[in-house]
Design a protein around this ligand. Structure first.
Ligand SMILES: Cc1ncc(COP(=O)(O)O)c(C=O)c1O
Length: 454
């Protein structure tokens, strides 16, 4: 049995961590988890304040999800979805078809968010070559400034956050990029209530000119997560749907983060009664237990891929573990739990409590602003107490606050200088108070230290 210090050393030395500067990495090794709590090797516990990177939906170690995985394990752990199926993924596909908006009903499974988006992009491309009135010149994609759709080369190409993907620029394909529809970035002469109209006019100008070459518009509906929780103006998504229909451009909704109840409704698209052409789910789909994602399309797209084998119309894409029955069992249990317990509806009370904490945080002189949509929240810091002024990047203020939060029993991971708060929907009122209190204390301590050293 290895000692804790051996494990810690192996974690630092052999495990190359994602988006982590390994030279500075200070190992925090989790041994087990229960509910909202993560426990490290020494038994210290930390509130999972970002739901293990936005995926744990109903808490860790949920008995129903664990049992569903165990039961499936006794039947089959994995069988391929290339040319055959398995009971669990068939039932899950049917269930996803029932809960997703409109006539979305054909579910292509993969294992992570990036690959679901990769699938959606390729599906859109192949669709335009094979649909009733083929338009093979439609080879371009439209995407938003500061979009994030994953890290594989296709999903990174449509991404728009320079600090993530700049170095790979020579490897990425060209994308038609629209400005981020961020109401904070409106020109002075445009009033806030006109924000959606303003950004939609930008979209229409591009579509009017270039729609014939555009296969699809991919966007994160309502909230651009990795951009720092940028919230789109209300009405923007619906307008996007109307315009993409008008100009015959497919709409891909990347609900990897927003799907499955995070925003206060089952899907972000539900807020504006939008049915995209392809909807991508990931992260919370399996409750955050096992790698599972999906790209879901409607019959018009699906039928363009039908024909005999010799026609070459099959979708030319696949991942070994797509449709994995263990992950599907976890997802089915998650959807059951969401629906049985009316978890999404009940989360609105918790969202109110989270909102009350955000108000307290917003009253702190070094908090510029807070934003919230359901159980997704962001806190923006300011160096100056008189005006909104970002801290110098090199001070890594949000990172310091997250490190301080660890001392108060909370695990958080910032996005640049934005603090993200995204607890599992299963959080109790007492746990939410614990989280809010720890975040407030951490902000107080770190900003006070920074003021002393300024
Ligand atoms: C909106 C969005 N799409 C896609 C992804 C990529 O998902 P994955 O990390 O599972 O590949 C993420 C990850 O954070 C995301 O925020």
């Amino acid at each position: 049995m290895p000692t804790n210090s051996e494990i810690t050393h192996w974690d630092k030395h052999h495990h190359w961590h994602a988006f982590t500067q390994m030279a500075e990495y200070e190992p925090l090794v989790i041994e087990r988890a229960e509910g909202v709590w993560l426990y490290d090797l020494e038994g210290n516990r930390y509130f999972d304040g970002v739901s293990s990177l936005w995926c744990n939906l109903l808490g860790h170690g949920h008995p129903r999800i664990n049992a569903a995985i165990r039961e499936q394990l006794d039947l089959v752990a994995h069988s391929t979805s290339l040319g055959m199926g398995n009971r669990m993924s068939a039932v899950l596909a049917k269930r996803i078809a029932e809960i997703t908006p409109g006539d979305l009903q054909h579910v292509f499974f993969c294992s992570d968010g990036s690959s679901a988006n990769e699938v959606a992009l390729k599906m859109a491309f192949q669709y335009w070559r094979q649909c009733d009135e083929p338009q093979p010149q439609k080879t371009k994609y439209l995407a938003l400034g500061q979009a994030y759709h994953g890290d594989t080369l296709g999903s990174a190409s449509v991404g728009g956050i320079a600090r993530f993907h700049e170095i790979f620029e020579p490897l990425l394909f060209d994308v038609i990029r629209l400005p981020t529809p961020d109401p904070r970035a409106l020109p002075a002469e445009v009033a806030k209530p006109q924000a959606a109209e303003f950004f939609l006019a930008q979209l229409e100008a591009v579509l009017a000119e270039r729609h014939e070459e555009i296969a699809a518009f991919i966007l994160e509906p309502l909230i651009q997560g990795a951009a720092g929780m940028v919230f789109h103006p209300s009405g923007y998504l619906r307008g996007v749907r109307e315009l993409t229909k008008k100009y015959h451009v497919l709409l891909i909704a990347d609900e990897i983060v927003t799907g499955l109840g995070r925003t206060g409704k089952m899907f972000a698209c539900d807020h504006e009664e939008v049915v995209p052409d392809i909807l991508c789910l990931g992260k919370s789909l399996s409750g955050g237990y096992l790698p599972l994602s999906a790209a879901i399309s409607h019959p018009e797209i699906y039928s363009a891929f039908l024909g005999d084998t010799a026609s070459g119309r099959s979708f030319m894409h696949g991942h070994t573990y797509g449709g994995n029955p263990l992950a599907a069992a976890a997802a089915l249990a998650t959807i059951d739990l969401l629906e049985e317990g009316q978890v999404v509806a009940k989360a609105s009370e918790k969202a109110k409590q989270l909102g009350a904490w955000l108000d307290k945080l917003a009253a702190h002189p070094h908090v510029a602003t807070t934003r919230q949509h359901g159980m997704i929240a962001a806190v923006e810091l300011t160096a100056s107490t008189d005006e909104v002024q970002a801290y110098p990047t090199e001070l890594l203020v949000a990172r310091r606050i997250c490190r301080e939060a660890l001392q108060h029993g909370v695990w958080l991971r910032p996005l640049g200088d934005t603090l993200v708060i995204m607890p599992p929907l299963s959080v109790s009122p007492q746990e939410l108070d614990f989280l809010g209190d720890a975040v407030l204390k951490s902000i107080e301590i770190v900003t006070a230290e920074m003021s002393v050293h300024a």
